[in-house]
Design a protein around this ligand. Structure first.
Ligand code: XMP
Length: 316
C-alpha cells in the first residue's frame, strides 16, 4: 500500500543503489522542491550529498541564513554557501529591461554553480527537485520559467552528470507531505512560491541597493503581518514591489521626495490566472503604518487591485 513512509523508504533504497559510494551535487535554493529533495538525499546518502546554496543577493530577509541553519547546522548536511551578492549586483547595475535582468540572473547563477562544481572532485550525479507537474506541463509558461532558473540544464557539455530525481512522481502537495515526513520545518515546506530571480524582479527597473533594501524590509513586514492575521495559510502569494520613481511627501514638516511600496496579494490555482485577495482594511492599515515607520526612503504605500490577466502576478 502506498503511503509517504513507504515512498521515502523506496526512494532511499533506489538512490543508494543508483549512487553507490559516489557523490551527488545539488543546487539548494531553499525553495520547497530543492529543500525536500535535499532532505531525502541526505537521508539516503548523508554527506555524499554536496549542496550548493548560491545567495544572489536577491533573497528575502533571512532566507539564506535559514537555509544554512536548517541544512548545515540542524541536519548536518555537506553545504557550500556562496555569497555572490556583489557579483550579481555588479552585473545588474544600470540594467533596467526586465528580460535582460532575468537573463543576467539566470546566466550568472549557472556560472557560479558551474565554478563550484568544477572545484569538486568525484561528483558524478546531479540531484534535481523535478516534480511530476514539471514533466507533464513542460510546455507551459510557468513550468518553463521555473526551469530556466532552477534546473541547472544550462551547464556546459564537459560537465555531464547523471540525474537523480527522486520526487519526479509527486505532485506539489505530496512533495510538501514528503518534506514534513522528513522533518523539515513547516515554514520551509509550506512557503509561498518565490521566483528564481527573487527580489530582483520586485525591485523594478535598474536595481539599486537602496530600493532593494526597501523591497526586502517591506516584504518581511508584509509576511509578518500576514502571519499574525492568519492570512499566510489562506493567500497563495503576497509580496511587495518598489518602482523606480519617487513621489512627493512630507516628513517632519519638510517636503520629501521618496519611493513607494506596492502591496500585492493574489490567489490562483495554476498561476495562469489570478484573483485579488481583498485584504481587510485594518490589516492593510497596520502594514502601511509599519512600512512607513520602519522602511527607509519610502513615503507612500499602495495596494494593487489588478487580476491576472491582464496583469501578471509579478511586475517584471
Ligand atoms: P507571472 O508573473 O508570470 O508569474 O504571473 C506566475 C508565477 O510564476 C512565478 N514566477 C517564477 N517562478 N522562476 C520561478 O521559479 C521565475 O523566473 C519566475 N517568474 C515568475 C511567480 O512568482 C508566480 O507565482
Amino acid at each position: 500500500n502506498w503511503n509517504m513512509k513507504n515512498f521515502i523508504e523506496d526512494q532511499v533504497e533506489l538512490v543508494r543503489r543508483q549512487v553507490g559510494d559516489r557523490k551527488v551535487l545539488l543546487a539548494l535554493s531553499g525553495g520547497v522542491d530543492s529543500s525536500v529533495v535535499a532532505a531525502l538525499l541526505l537521508k539516503a546518502i548523508g554527506r555524499q550529498l554536496v549542496c550548493v546554496h548560491v545567495n544572489h543577493g536577491l533573497m528575502r530577509k533571512n532566507e539564506s541564513e535559514s537555509v544554512v541553519e536548517v541544512f548545515r547546522n540542524q541536519l548536518n548536511a555537506n553545504l557550500i554557501y556562496v555569497d555572490a551578492t556583489e557579483r550579481f549586483l555588479g552585473k545588474l547595475e544600470n540594467v533596467a529591461d526586465p528580460e535582460e535582468k532575468r537573463k543576467i540572473i539566470g546566466g550568472e547563477f549557472i556560472r557560479v554553480f558551474e565554478e563550484e562544481a568544477r572545484k569538486l572532485e568525484g561528483v558524478d550525479f546531479l540531484g534535481q527537485g523535478t516534480i511530476y507537474p514539471d514533466i507533464i506541463e513542460s510546455g507551459t509558461k510557468t513550468a518553463k520559467m521555473v526551469k530556466s532558473h532552477h534546473n541547472v540544464g544550462g551547464l556546459p557539455e564537459d560537465l555531464k552528470f547523471e540525474l537523480v530525481e527522486p520526487l519526479k512522481q509527486l505532485f506539489k502537495d505530496e512533495v510538501r507531505a514528503c518534506g514534513v515526513e522528513l522533518g523539515l520545518p513547516a515554514n520551509m515546506v509550506y512557503r509561498q512560491p518565490f521566483p528564481g530571480p527573487g527580489l530582483g524582479v520586485r525591485c523594478l527597473g535598474a536595481i539599486t541597493r537602496e530600493r532593494l533594501e526597501a523591497v526586502r524590509e517591506s516584504d518581511a513586514i508584509l509576511r509578518e503581518e500576514f502571519e499574525k492575521a492568519g492570512l499566510d495559510k489562506k493567500v497563495w502569494q503576497y509580496f511587495t514591489v518598489v518602482p523606480d520613481f519617487k513621489s512627493v511627501g512630507v516628513k517632519n514638516n519638510a517636503r520629501c521626495f521618496e519611493y513607494m511600496v506596492i502591496l500585492r496579494a493574489i490567489n490562483t490555482i495554476d498561476a495562469m490566472s489570478a484573483t485579488i485577495e481583498l485584504v481587510d482594511y485594518q490589516v492593510l492599515q497596520k502594514i502601511t503604518d509599519r512600512i512607513l515607520k520602519e522602511v527607509e526612503h519610502v513615503n507612500r504605500v499602495c495596494f494593487d487591485l489588478s487580476p491576472k490577466p491582464p496583469a501578471t502576478i509579478e511586475f517584471e
